[in-house]
Design a protein around this ligand. Structure first.
Ligand code: GCW
Length: 820
């Protein structure tokens, strides 16, 4: 076949519809020339010298990857082949090869060795898990087009514990999961078909993740019931070939609720005996169980406080049961009082982790890891590093990062979290000395992943980069955000430079963008914090016990956390760090309102006032998403059409949502502060016609709650069981227009909309999305864009809405913009 035709064929093949299921392990065929180079550089034979399940996985993976990318089938040999070969072996198996390397457990060495006149591509490691990781690393090199003919690469993971947590309930729902139902559980049982679990294990192994807890930290005590153990066994079997140790989230009340004891007091000997025998029973069935995760005395979970005992008492009684089996207990540092008195200006949820755990430093057993969220509140769009990282000197710590985008747009918004995580990991805590970034203080990395049964695992193709990035950072926190974003993009979408530049560019800007249109300056995500944690609701955080207060009032905004006049939180940091945050003049703008309460007219380092900065960043953020859409459209034909269209739809939706956020937050602050936007944008929307001001037939005006979620605070609803209409007459200059219809689409029905201009139906659609709300609010606010409409003075524009289910075909406004 002439090579041109072949090239075209390969190009077409690689543009075939993709579901995202293979994520970054697609092993798509490389270009013709590159394939030839690799065929020469790589041996055609593969041999695994250890008799281990993990090494067998490594071999199978290499065969699969080489076949996919290079189109060559590696031949399996046993023993050391007397020809060029890829050799998979642990270091002890290669004793007489003169190979010694100083590697940590799970580390690997890719080494080209000339021996007996042959060239061996050796993948070796201290343990078989490392061999598996080496195989994935070799394949990654090939995918990225790096040379493999003369290898000498040694890698050790920075931290020994690299886990993901899944918040899966036994009934199959996932708390804060946005990629479908549980891959593990359904109806109180492990799923019959666990093939997805095995495929998840493979994704995790490719990143070097070696542990996975398989049920929600808000744990159902049933997980420890004896009849559940066979279920756990099956899940562990599916993960085992990938070197992923399964772990369980446990309920601290289990000795009582499952064990039938009259108490769960950690200092009661009966309780200790119960934990020991339960753990023995588990390990008999799952000898490589990773251990437990425990959320105690937090958000309504029971804990040691019931008996006046400490977190150390609780952690140690479980830890001692796990110890003989090599198991770990990850004890969550996320302990706070969610009934705090908001009237007391000294109260501060941010203080909680330190206040609870610092006094216990040194009291935890060796196999207890205190698992600390990156920031002191709860996965907000921007938080400082938790002071607890620097405060525990004699206690093992893990950092908990949230991969699932709970407060980060719930996989409906593209937000690449690696740059945010790196800010925390690189932040110098000055823990006794300079040069103690968080990444140097932690022994473990934990990512709350919450993948689900959706074909693309996470609900959004671009969100997969967060799982990838978490794993890569857990392995090597020194990797740059750009490097991770580029790697991921090339592995996931291919090598086209334009594709790589565009997607990497969007990803790298996306955290700042999201922060800009949600909660800048340390305000935190201004979302509905007592509800779905998704849509905008500026006051949801105030006047309740949850403690995510920003304390905005008519004069100013921000939480005073200073030692001098505030809650004293800043005093939990080392003096060097505290000095920076305590003084207004040193505090970085990005965290200003997290640390200080200031008037709206306070001038930032940027030279802007706080209020103008809030206005500007929201407009910048929304504009940036519009730009993503424009850039993404230039990728049409350069990536497969399925993913092209799915991501386009997601970005267009995000663009509409960013506008809701922008308008809601800026209007809220305008009303509260009374200070107008210097640039005249806030509260002025030329071309916008409010539905409630149109001629209504059947539609009735409705106050939207919170008011800032709808333009003008109002929508119109069709509560009749018939079609309603809102009509206006066009009074602008004749031209070609884009018409944007802002309507509401809740999750409890399907309404139908029709738009008629000058007597012609110009668009119609079903409102059939599944946003996380059944209310008319910011989470259900949607935008429909209709372009290329010629309008003349006096033309009638009519929106018809037909309710469906409990949905009322609610409308907010239409907006007309002349096209250029
Ligand atoms: O962010 C909050 C979430 C809860 C979660 C909790 C935690 C599992 O809203 O859903 O509970 O944090 O981390 O324990």
């Amino acid at each position: 076949m002439p090579s041109k035709i072949l090239c075209a064929l390969i190009a077409a093949m690689s543009l075939q519809a993709e579901t995202g299921y293979d994520a970054w392990l697609r092993y798509a065929p490389l270009g013709d020339r590159v394939q030839r180079q690799y065929r020469e550089a790589l041996p055609g034979v593969i041999a695994a010298l250890d008799d281990s399940v993990l090494t067998a996985s490594a071999r199978a993976e290499l065969i699969r990857g080489v076949r996919g990318m290079i189109g060559a089938t590696l031949r399996i040999e046993s023993g050391v082949p007397s020809q060029n070969a890829i050799i998979l072996a642990t270091l002890p198996r290669l004793k007489d090869w003169g190979l010694t390397a100083n590697l940590n457990d799970d580390g690997y060495w890719l080494k080209t060795v000339a021996k007996n006149g042959h060239r061996y591509t050796v993948v070796t490691a201290p343990n078989d898990r490392g061999v598996l990781y080496g195989a994935f690393a070799l394949l990654r090199k090939i995918s990225l087009g790096e040379p493999v003919s003369d290898l000498d690469q040694r890698q050790s993971p920075r931290a020994p514990l690299r886990w993901v947590n899944q918040w899966d309930n036994l009934d199959g729902r996932i708390e804060r999961g946005y990629g479908g139902r549980s891959i593990f559980w359904e109806n109180q049982h492990a799923r019959d078909d666990l093939s997805r679990v095995s495929d998840y294990g493979r994704l995790l192994a490719s990143l070097g993740i070696n542990g996975c807890s398989i049920n929600n930290v808000n744990a159902n005590p049933r997980i420890l019931a004896s009849d559940m153990i066979p279920q756990v066994v099956r899940i562990a079997e599916a993960m085992r070939p990938w070197g992923v140790r399964v772990a369980l989230s446990i309920d601290f009340g289990s000795p009582q609720s499952i064990g039938g004891l009259s108490t769960f007091d950690p200092l009661d000997p009966k309780v200790a005996v119960w934990w020991r025998s339960k753990v023995d029973e588990l390990y008999k069935a799952v000898p490589d169980l990773g251990g437990f995760v425990l959320k105690a005395d937090s958000e309504g979970r029971v804990g040691p406080s019931t008996y006046g005992r400490t977190h150390a008492d609780a952690a140690n009684v479980v830890g001692r049961a796990l110890k003989p089996h090599g198991g770990w207990i990850f004890y969550r540092g996320f302990v706070y009082d969610h009934h705090m008195d908001w009237n007391n200006p000294k109260n501060d949820r941010a203080r909680a982790a330190y206040d609870n755990f610092k006094p216990l430093d040194g009291k935890f057993d060796e196999n207890v890891i205190v698992q600390i969220k990156n920031g002191p509140i709860d996965f907000q769009v921007r938080e400082p590093a938790s002071p607890l990282f620097g405060a525990l000197e004699r206690t093992s710590e893990a950092i908990e990062l949230q991969i699932t985008q709970e407060y980060m747009g719930q996989a409906r918004h593209t937000v690449f979290l690696v740059p945010m995580w790196k800010e925390t990991l690189d932040f110098d805590m000055h823990a006794g000395r300079a040069g103690t970034p968080v990444k140097s203080l932690v022994r473990g990395f934990v990512g709350v992943a919450n993948v689900g049964l959706d074909q693309n695992w996470m609900g959004n193709h671009l969100s997969q980069a967060n799982l990838y990035g978490f794993g890569r950072l857990a392995w090597d926190p020194d990797l740059s955000s750009r490097r991770i974003a580029e790697e991921w993009t090339r592995l996931t979408f291919g090598d086209d430079l334009k594709v790589v530049d565009t997607i990497t560019g969007i990803q790298l800007r996306s955290w700042r963008t999201y922060e800009n249109y949600t909660g800048p300056l340390g305000l935190q995500t201004l979302t509905d914090i007592t509800g779905n944690h998704y849509g905008v609701n500026v006051e949801a955080s105030e006047r309740n016990g949850w403690g995510q207060w920003h304390r905005a009032d008519a004069q100013g905004v921000g939480m005073d956390r200073t030692v001098a006049t505030g809650t004293g939180y800043i005093g939990q940091y080392s003096p060097e760090v505290a000095k920076m945050y305590e003084s207004l003049s040193n505090c970085p703008d990005d965290l200003l309102l997290f640390m200080h309460h200031v008037p709206y007219t306070y001038k930032l380092h940027s030279g802007k006032t706080v209020i103008q900065s809030i206005y500007d960043s929201h407009y910048d953020g929304a504009q940036a998403v519009t730009e993503y859409v424009r850039e993404w459209k230039l990728l049409q034909g350069r990536i497969d059409d399925a993913r092209y269209r799915e991501v386009l739809a997601q970005l267009e939706y995000q663009d509409g949502q960013a506008e809701v956020w922008r308008d809601a937050v800026t209007n809220w602050f305008l009303r509260e502060s009374g200070i107008p936007d210097e640039k005249g944008r806030v509260g002025h929307h030329p071309g916008r016609i409010e539905a409630e001001s149109m001629k209504l037939d059947g539609y009735v005006p409705k106050d939207v709650i919170p008011w800032e979620a709808a333009s003008g605070g109002k929508a119109v609803e069709c509560t009749a069981a018939r079609m309603c209409a809102a009509t206006t007459r066009f009074g602008g200059a004749p031209a070609r227009y884009t018409i944007r219809v802002r309507y509401f689409d809740q999750d409890d029905g399907v309404s139908h909309f029709r738009v008629i201009a000058a007597g012609r139906v110009i668009d119609q659609w079903d409102a059939a999305e599944h946003p996380p709300t059944v209310k008319v609010d910011a989470s259900s606010s949607m935008r429909r864009t209709i372009s290329g409409i010629d309008l003349h003075a006096g033309d009638e524009i009519r929106i018809e809405g037909m309710p469906g289910g409990s949905e009322t075909a609610a409308l907010d406004y239409i907006e007309l913009e002349a096209e250029r």
